[in-house]
Write a protein that binds this ligand. Sequence first.
Ligand code: ATP
Length: 376
Amino acid sequence: AAAPTPDAPPDAVLLGGLGKRYGSFTAVHPLDLAVPKGSFFALLGASGCGKTTTLRMIAGLEPPTSGSVRLGGKDVTALPAYKRPVNTVFQNYALFPHLDIFENVAFGLRRRGIKSVKKQVGEMLDLVQLGPLARRKPHQLSGGQQQRVAVARALINQPEVLLLDEPLGALDLKLRRQMQLELKRIQTEVGITFIHVTHDQEEAMTMADTVAVMNAGRVEQMGAPADLYENPASTFVANFLGTSNLIEAEVASVAGGVLHLTTAGGPLTLPAARCAVPAAVGGKVLAGVRPEKITLAHRDDEQRIPAGRNRVTGRIADSSFIGVSTQFVVDSPVGAALEVFVPNVDRDQRLVPGAEVVLHWNPEHTFGLDAAQDID
Ligand code: ATP
């Protein structure tokens, strides 16, 4: 990598070949990762993929078996947890039950021998909007409020990096959604680098500016949420971040930056730039399209579909009304059932199970993946 320019701030976190083995089992393969200062970074992956182990190695709670951790440009690999400029918020909050909220938040300052804590604690309680509850004990707060206390208690130490390990895991769905926005607001306000571990793709995409998707101890892909969603580089990432409607295809020709594909349901086109693998004529690819990109037309209206659209015929197998939209499952000659989300404005009453339909979409919305990978 190029040497950083003198005026570029060092990355908040820089992992160099950081890895963890337990005996012969590799929990985290040697990982190179840079987290820019001030960013909200999410480590996203299914249970057991190594995200917590990675976080614990950054915190100094788990010794790595290879590689290094740099925080703010400084190598901290050999430093114990308490000497690192990081704080961790855990899922179970770990608040002190016998101390009130004010004293829970003041704890880090008092431990450092700071006497006048009132102003700082007050500001921190305002930041997490708990000022009026300062004299309550943790058991007198809701789960979401306790979570905010845990965040305030960690932030008052002014860490360079705040690590969050599934901090919203114990909350019900509605509260989780609220707290996601709340944490995002707090991060924007304080400007401290947050690294958030979660298995919930919606949570990672809502909150983070950069998401690293982990699978089996490796980062499979990293990027802005919209970029990962629109341009997944692997079937794992495509499926982990939503429905991908993967269609088996073969490259028939390549011309003008466009791949012309043949499928069991007819031809499709795919921008070459959106194909994650180099594709040659005769090669196999998986063509994907997100469900909200597809328009669902009744077969009787097929003539009205504009030229140049990708199209696949099928029959509606199932539909579920989900408020703002209806989710359709369509059986089609391309193989796997395809999913389509149709907004519930001016809903076409003919679109019911059994109806013959045409799915069509702008070819620009098609992405291409390596067909040799396993589809999980
Ligand atoms: P979860 O969301 O369930 O916590 P995770 O992605 O955070 O999952 P890790 O906790 O990082 O996963 O664990 C990664 C892998 O390492 C898992 O397969 C786990 O079983 C294994 N592992 C973790 N700690 C140990 C240990 N002390 N000894 C042996 N294997 C371990």
